[in-house]
Structure formats: C-alpha cells, structure tokens
Design a protein around this ligand. Structure first.
Ligand SMILES: [Zn+2]
Length: 488
C-alpha cells in the first residue's frame, strides 16, 4: 500500500489543522527570550515582539493545535504560560472579504480615501472589502488618470511574471527624481491584509484634499489643507504591493501565506518550502550564521520556514526592486515598510541593542562576527550616532502618539531588536547603506506594524480602523520628517 503524505494531499484552501493565535506570558523578558531560543521555528509574525502587560511580558505566535499540546507539555506554567486567543480557522469566516471584480473599472475610477469622507461613508469600504491584487493596479491607474500621479515600474518581474507598480506623489507637475524624500512600501508579507489599502487610500486622500482645497480627518485627528500641501511637498515615492505573487496566493487560498512564490529552494511534497521571506533577504548581515552568535536565529536557512532567507542577499526580484528605488530617487531620507499585525513602530537597529559610545562595534566590523544578536549581553551592541538616535526615536514617538490619538488602539514606539534580533530586514538595510558608503544618502528606516497581534486577516471593523490609524501615522511621519529635516 502506498503511503501518502497527508499534509501534501490536503487542498491548499484549508489550513492543514486547527491553527491557533496564542500569547505566551512570563514575568521577565529574559524568560521569553529563553523560550524563543528553544522554539525559534514558531511563527511569531514579522518578528518576535514583546509587550509589557501589567507586571508581565507577552509574546504572540501562531501555532497549529497539535503542536501547542506538545509545547504545553514542555512548559513550566510558573515560568511561561500560554493562552489561546482565537482559532484562526473559525475566525476566518468573520474577517473582511477580499474585493470581487474591479471597483475602479480598470482605472477609469480613482480611489478616494477615508480622510476626506464622513464616517457614515465608511460602511462602503467595509462592504467592498480589501483590495484584490488586480484592484491595486487599477487603483494606481485611477490616480494617474484623475490627478496625473506619476507611475513607474521597477525593472524586475516576479517569478510568476507580475510587474510591480509604484507611484510618486508630489505637488510639482513635473517630477524631479532628486526632490523625493519619503519612501513607503507595503505588502512584502503577503498575508498582512490591508497594507496596500492603507497606502493607496492615504495617497488618494492627499491628492483629493489638495485638488479640492480641504483638510483631512482620521478619527479624532485632523490636518489642514496647508499640511496636506506640506506633505505632498516632501515628495512621496511608494510601492503599495511589493510582493504581488504572494498576495495573489494568499487571497486565493486564505492560507496565511507570508513569503514570495519562488520555488527554487522548494522540496517535493512540502508546500511550505516554496518561497523566500523577503524581509530576511536584504543585504543586511544576511549571512547570519557567520555574523551572529550561534545561539540566535535572526532568520532561517530552512526553506520551509516562514523566515527562510533565500539563496543570497537580494536573490529575489522583489527585494531588488525595493533597493532599486534608492538609486532611482537618490535623496530619499525617510522610509517606512508597512506590516501587520502588532501595534508598534520599530526603528533601527534590529540586530542588537543600540549604543552610541563605541563606533568599532558596528555591523561591518568582522572582529565581531559570531558575537552579534544576544540582547542581554555586553559583548556586542550596534553603534548608532547619538544625533541619529535622537532623530529616529523622536519621529517614532511623535508618529505613534498621533496613531493613538486617532482613537482606535495603542501603538508602541520601540527599537526593532526588541527582545530578539533579525537579519536581512528592509528597515535595517535602508539605514545601513550610508554606514557602508558615505556617498549615498542617509535613510532612516522604520517598520510600521498596524493592527492587533497576529490578526493578519482583520475583521471589517479592524480593516477600517487600520486605515484610519496608519493614515494619520503616515501624515504625522511626513510632517515630522519635514520638521527634523528632509535633507542632511
Ligand atoms: Zn510582516
């Protein structure tokens, strides 16, 4: 009798088993650090993010039910206890729908955001649902037709032959490539639904408000028409969906797909071994087994892992496209890669704790290879100039304060390494470029994690709230960037 691999036979529209969204709790951060160290292959979302709750610390993850039983047996509940938040299979029936058809009619209709509408009109967005991948392209064409938004296509097509679409929003009629200072991307992790919507509706708001000489309102936060013009004057380059193959796959199968769809490292009968985690593929300490302490796993060499780093730094067309922007628009100064779901704004560095006293402890110094990434030790901490540190933290505090004031939920500004390091991430790559070569512009890189922990598929109400929260955050981010400085 032939024995079949049961997992491989399941239709991909069904999650292989009951998948649970859980939270691990411990008194001390270090106890959760120890937990991750022995359970580094769990799905912690974009990266493990630890939050303080009361007198405890909390860490979210997604775990198949049978794996949770095994985990529970290995845990001492007096040290680390686990709570199930919800069953993701059941929750999926309750999440915001993916849009059907094309609400922008091939780009003959332009999208219009929430910030230029009354709250009573938000229900239209709920019923129309999350933009499907085709609608992302149509929305961009609609903005081009209605407002003359400049569109561009980065040079590299994806494995499945999709082109990436980007736009440049500015006050000027004619776009000068050296006058763009802001760079936003989204959709790198396919399952983080609503990311592309957040960016497209925000740009739509700016263009509509500029044309009609009005301001913006996001919940309790308002901006004047003068501030709209100030934001557009900063020059915004954006790519709403950097990983279209992954987004199409996730939208078609609802299987929490995170990576791209490159099969070059895939193994037979292992559907999860398709794809690269694009946010571990950037040229930032990519070769982690060399650069980091052997006890930490800032990415994975296992093709079936959610954090698989690829075959080389920038091995993927999607990450090459994101880096190409820095050559094309050489004065970009401020960058956000939009992710979900955690409720935080992360700033550099992500490989180890920041320090500003010893420039020799830096990511390019081979003397520290094999020593990076342990956040609780004093052997290595990542160097950052004090003025840069002040600037990036000030920006994160200002932006999150406004996201909170919208009235939806809490957002925490914090250093990206948090509890546990990452390698090859887009935000660190952005900031590291200038540290490698002073000939290129210095870019302050951020990761915005909108939404609620592990709710990659938001409910309709959360989908709307995420747009309001992030759009106020984008606006504040640009105005604060203008205040700190768009140039050196
Ligand atoms: Zn992510």
């Amino acid at each position: 009798m032939k024995v079949y691999n049961i997992l491989a036979l399941l239709p991909s529209t069904v999650l292989a088993s009951n998948v649970l969204s859980v939270a691990f709790f411990a008194k001390e951060k270090s106890q959760l650090y120890d937990f991750i160290s022995t359970n580094y292959e769990l799905d912690y979302g974009c990266r493990p993010v630890v939050m303080a709750v009361g007198n405890e610390h909390k860490l979210h993850a997604i775990v198949p039910e049978e794996q949770l039983y095994r985990l529970k047996r290995s845990l001492d509940p007096d040290i680390v206890r686990v709570e199930t938040i919800h069953n993701l299979n059941k929750r999926q029936t309750n999440t915001a729908p993916i849009g059907k058809g094309d609400r922008f009619k091939g780009g003959t209709i332009a999208p219009r955001g929430l910030g230029t509408r009354k709250a009573t009109e938000y229900s239209e967005f709920q019923s129309a649902g999350i933009l499907n991948a085709d609608e992302v392209y149509a929305a961009m064409k609609g903005l081009e037709k209605e407002y003359g938004l400049t569109l561009f296509t980065p040079p590299h097509k994806t494995f499945e032959g999709n082109e990436i679409i980007g736009g440049v929003a500015n006050k000027a009629e004619k776009i000068k490539k050296d006058k763009q200072y802001i760079y936003f991307t989204s959709g790198i992790h396919a399952r983080e639904r609503g990311g592309p919507d957040n960016l497209i509706y925000f740009i739509s708001d700016l263009l509509y408000a500029n044309k009609n000489r009005i301001g913006l309102r996001y919940g309790n936060k308002t901006y004047s028409n003068k501030e709209v013009k100030q934001a557009l004057g900063a020059g915004i380059v954006f790519i709403p969906m950097t990983n279209p193959d992954g987004v199409r796959h996730d939208q078609a199968n609802s299987n929490l797909w995170r990576k791209n769809r490159n099969p070059s490292s895939a193994r037979p009968n292992e559907p999860l071994s398709v794809g690269v985690d694009l946010n571990r593929n950037f040229d930032f300490l990519w070769n982690f087994t060399k650069h980091f302490d052997s006890s930490v796993s800032p990415a994975s060499t296992n093709a079936s892992s959610q954090a698989f780093y690829g075959t080389a730094p920038f091995s993927e067309p999607e990450t090459q496209n994101m880096a190409w922007i820095y050559d094309e628009y050489p004065n970009i100064r401020w960058f956000i890669d939009v992710h979900s779901a955690a409720g935080t704004l992360l700033y550099s560095w992500g490989d180890d704790i920041d320090q500003s006293h010893d420039p020799k402890q830096n990511l390019f110094n081979p003397d520290y290879d094999g020593k990076r990434g342990i956040v609780e030790d004093n052997i290595y901490k990542e160097y950052i100039d004090q003025e840069d540190w002040d600037n990036i933290a000030f920006q994160a505090n200002r932006t999150t304060a406004v996201m909170i004031s919208v009235g939806g939920r809490d957002y925490v500004p914090q250093q990206a390494v948090g509890l546990y390091p990452t390698s090859g991430a887009s935000d660190d790559y952005a900031f590291s470029r200038w540290h490698q070569s002073k000939k290129v512009n210095k870019v302050y890189g951020y990761t915005m994690e909108f939404g609620y922990p592990t709710n990659f598929y938001p409910t309709s109400a959360e989908f709307i709230q995420n747009i309001l929260d992030t759009n106020a955050g984008f606006m504040e981010f640009i105005l604060t960037a203008d205040e700190i400085g768009l140039k050196d």
